[in-house]
Design a protein around this ligand. Structure first.
Ligand code: BG6
Ligand code: MG
Length: 222
């Protein structure tokens, strides 16, 4: 068995990836910038200011915004986001995740969070999952965000586990790249077009079955 599972938060443990998109979209529309779900794939997994920068790069007239104006925009997006997740609770944990966490516990496998979000702890609290995690990496922990491997290696280092014995789970291209470059076994949730390089790809979280993930992990090792 591997020694640790490192979970992405937004889009894996709960569907906050959707709320991040809707909040960015609302903020962008107010500037006359249109973003769609295809563009959003590039926003998944990357930090708040990096996301804003990508959105603003769609509009040449946004290039002269000051640092202060950009911070206001990011703050506004976060307010929309926090409003949208206000009523979230344990019922919003995505299908298959609780079973997977439970299987990890049963097999003595450590559990970590590897998130790019400043809201990660708040979201875990809303879901009632904070106590399940042995270690939490969020936006405040790392210097280099995804696709840099630091989010995942920092979790493994804190748990004192070799990278080759970790499994990372992601829904974003940036996060998948981070797991792969950390030399961990990568499990991706989504479609092949956006996530071409996963060691193991499933379409949705309800397909994340512990025994099958372990099979795939051991096959790669062999
Ligand atoms: C990542 C999400 O987990 O966190 C991104 O995939 C999001 O969509 C990023 O922008 C930063 O989140 P926050 O909560 O710090 O704005
Ligand atoms: Mg994600």
């Amino acid at each position: 068995y591997p020694k640790a599972f490192i979970y992405d938060l937004d889009g894996i443990i709960t569907d906050t990836a959707e709320y991040h998109f809707l909040a960015w979209q609302k903020m962008a529309e107010e500037l006359g910038i249109h973003i769609d779900r295809t563009f959003n794939e590039r926003l998944k997994g990357i930090g708040r200011m990096e996301s804003l920068q990508l959105i603003l790069s769609l509009d040449p007239s946004a290039s002269n915004l000051s640092v202060d104006e950009k911070e206001q925009l990011a703050l506004k997006k976060n307010e929309y986001y926090l409003e949208m997740i206000e009523r979230m609770g344990p019922k919003d944990i995505l299908p298959g995740i609780e079973e997977l966490l439970h299987a990890n516990k049963q097999h003595g496998i450590r559990i970590a969070l590897g998130s790019a979000s400043k809201n990660a702890k708040h979201v875990l609290d809303l879901l009632g999952l904070t106590a399940e995690f042995d270690y939490i990496v969020d936006a405040s922990t790392v210097k280099k965000g995804k696709p840099d491997p630091e989010t995942f290696t920092a979790a493994a280092d804190a748990l004192n586990v070799p990278y080759s014995e970790c499994i990372g789970i992601e829904d974003s291209a940036a996060g998948l790249e981070a797991i792969n470059s950390a030399n961990m076994f990568s499990v991706a949730v989504g479609d092949k077009a956006h996530l071409p390089n996963a060691d193991y790809l499933v379409a949705a979280t309800n397909e994340l079955k512990f025994e099958e993930i372990i099979n795939q992990y051991n096959q790669k090792k062999a």
